[in-house]
Design a protein around this ligand. Structure first.
Ligand code: ATP
Ligand code: MG
Length: 180
């Protein structure tokens, strides 16, 4: 039996690039190769966070949705061709050696529009990456991914994060531009 949705309860949200099946499979394959027997992010959770919105009450979400209604999202190609590792968080990630400037512009535009709704980003500067593993303690891959992944991007996903023990850890609520 599913729990009734409480409209008053703030939801934990973020904006992301959400890979389609084919890209997801390619990223998952690289993740498996890079992490070996180490624990990694489940395939269906792989994503690239653009803006972490955090706990968002319903009225605030409505304001965000209105502000993003006509968001222009240019078609871009993100070439995932390098691994990275952040020792403090022990995050192993996949990224691009040439992140397209359009992606930084998109994030800046999101910040501009959200700021007008009272959003104050708490995160440091945007760093385009797909997290492959957390608390990673295996050898960090020093080689480049054997085949770069060409990820065509043309939409922004609004994603809800539900902490365990709920089964769906992330759920895409909608996209911009709107899917018809
Ligand atoms: P958990 O926190 O339970 O380990 P999670 O990190 O996968 O799970 P969230 O914390 O809801 O889930 O994060 C969702 C996405 O937003 C992830 O990509 C995460 O890296 C990113 N994120 C979370 N908190 C922040 C933050 N303070 N600043 C920037 N990005 C964040
Ligand atoms: Mg987290």
């Amino acid at each position: 039996m599913s729990l009734p949705v409480n409209p008053e309860k703030p939801r934990r949200l973020f904006l992301a690039l959400w890979p389609e099946a084919q890209e997801r499979q390619s990223i998952a394959r690289l993740a498996a190769r890079a992490t070996g027997r180490q624990r990694r992010i489940a395939d269906d959770l792989l994503h690239l966070t653009l803006v972490f919105l955090g706990k968002t009450p319903a009225d605030r979400l409505a304001a965000y949705e209105a502000a993003l209604a006509d968001l222009p999202v240019p078609e871009m190609e993100l070439v995932l061709d390098r691994y990275g590792y952040w020792p403090q968080s022990r995050i192993l990630w996949l990224g691009s050696s040439h992140t397209p400037p359009e992606l930084y512009e998109l994030v800046a535009e999101l910040h501009r529009r959200l700021r007008d709704c009272g959003f104050a980003p708490e995160e440091p500067a945007f760093r385009a990456h797909v997290t492959l593993a957390r608390r990673f303690s295996g050898p960090v891959p020093t080689e480049l991914p054997p085949v770069p992944i060409r990820w065509r991007v043309n939409e922004v996903a609004l994603v809800e994060s539900t902490p365990p023990p709920r089964i769906a850890h992330y759920e895409v609520l909608r996209y911009w531009p709107e899917r018809r």
